[in-house]
Design a binder for this molecule. Structure first.
Ligand SMILES: Nc1ncnc2c1ncn2[C@@H]1O[C@H](COP(=O)(O)OP(=O)(O)OP(=O)(O)O)[C@@H](O)[C@H]1O
Length: 245
């Protein structure tokens, strides 16, 4: 469903090469939640930007539902949903108007869009907000609207960048429900987060990134066997103190 193959991206910063992504390969299948985890500067955002077609890779490729980002960017965009903690809303539009506007951008049939907006709003408990102007929503309410917006074109692959940042306990719980719903819908999901405790509960499989390289990959059981550690936090500390493995 999502394939990242031998991806390389190097930035030149004041004459120095920064290897943001360095021969990175991983795959995420239907119904799987993959935690792409790493410390600050590990290359997570750069990888997401390349998958989304916002940045060009130096080498390698990313493929979404059989389409390569560099070759078929429009097909890829229509098959990707992206949710980020820093997503904004259009303050003067009502929630319903905004959802339908985004559906229209993705060429979703207006009838289908209306049904989907209602259905997803029920799931994410924002039905009562549909006719409110988006600018009047609280952070948590806005986040739920953003989650619905990410699914409005029913993409098979979802990318979630720090989805729980800035949310209270209830907001975090909502994200958990949302990800369960995505799994249930059979989406391939990538989650980037610094909340390793949450990642442990949320993800089926993990890729641990450091300096653009995948240092460990597997299910929690596989990571525990490979590292001799029970929790991601300890695995991270070991990985960072060792530098390279
Ligand atoms: N546009 C850019 N120009 C130069 N260097 C960049 C650029 N974007 C990212 N980098 C560098 O690439 C490396 C990877 O950055 P990236 O943002 O992908 O990391 P990240 O894992 O998302 O980190 P964080 O968790 O802090 O968001 C860092 O060293 C960063 O400084």
């Amino acid at each position: 469903m999502l394939k990242v193959e031998s991806l390389v991206k190097t930035f030149s910063v004041e004459g120095e090469d920064v290897h943001a992504v360095d021969e990175l390969s991983f795959q995420v299948t239907r119904g799987e939640v993959y935690g792409l985890l790493g410390p600050n500067g590990a290359g997570k955002t750069t990888t997401l930007r390349i998958i989304l077609g916002l940045l060009e890779a130096d080498r390698g490729y990313t493929e979404v539902d059989g389409y390569q980002t560099a070759e078929d960017p429009i097909e890829v965009k229509s098959r990707l949903g992206f949710v980020s903690a820093s997503d904004g809303v259009y303050p003067w539009l009502t929630v319903r108007e905004m959802l339908l506007y985004f559906a229209d951008l993705y060429h979703v049939d207006p009838w289908v869009a209306r049904e989907r907006a209602e259905g997803l709003s029920r799931v994410m408990d924002i039905e009562k907000l549909l006719d409110r102007r988006a600018g009047t929503l609280s952070t948590g309410q806005r986040q739920r609207v953003t989650l619905v917006r990410g699914l409005i074109h029913d993409p098979p692959v979802m990318l979630l960048d720090e989805p729980t940042r800035g949310l209270d306990v209830v907001g975090v719980q909502t994200i958990f429900q949302y990800i369960d719903h995505l799994r249930h819908l059979g989406k391939a999901v990538v989650v980037c987060t610094h909340r390793l405790d949450e990642a442990e509960r949320l993800c089926d499989r993990f890729g641990l990134l450091l300096e653009g390289k995948l240092r460990y990959e597997g299910t929690m059981n596989e990571l525990q066997a490979a590292t001799g550690r029970d929790h991601l936090v300890d695995m991270f500390v070991d990985m960072m103190t060792a530098g390279a493995i």
